[in-house]
Design a binder for this molecule. Sequence first.
Ligand code: APR
Length: 166
Amino acid sequence: MSLEIWQGDITSLKVDAIVNAANRELRGGGGVDGAIHRAAGPKLDPACQALGGCETGEAKITPGFDLPAKYVIHTVGPIYSGSHSDPLLLAACYRNSLRVAQENGLHSVAFSAISTGVYGYPLGAASKIAFTEVRKWLRDHKDYDLRVIMVAYDARTYALYQKLLG
Ligand code: APR
């Protein structure tokens, strides 16, 4: 198993699954969600609609269609409000996405920085939660071969990820 960081457009990655920062309706949107829907092509939207939405903190999977990635795992981050549930729900996004990856026998997963764009989660706090939760999952599943790539779209996020990777 490994934990890596990478800077760039997540839609270019040839991995088993990329993790989308979706909304509860799985309707597609702006940010990384829009980029993934554009790159996956028109079949992704009906596949998402067939899933019947997704609760905050949960994760669901579709094929990747025209993407280099085989699958897209759609997770819905919390809209940042400063409440006690924010960190719990954000951690659940990472945990449930990894559970879905394992359930589907996937061995490489790339995460976008869930909730840190439109949903307004402060980047420093969100990144810490992301790394803590992924590391915990990898520790708890030592016998499962999994490569996790934390994708930073911009330089600021990448610098933070470098610090957190140590
Ligand atoms: N590749 C990787 N990361 C990207 C890309 C990309 N092509 N485009 C944007 N990002 C990064 C942003 O820089 C941000 O750090 O994804 C992170 C998450 O930002 P958003 O996409 O805004 O996701 P989020 O904050 O979780 O808000 C979700 O936005 O697009 C809508 O439908 C989506 O309603 C949902 C909401």
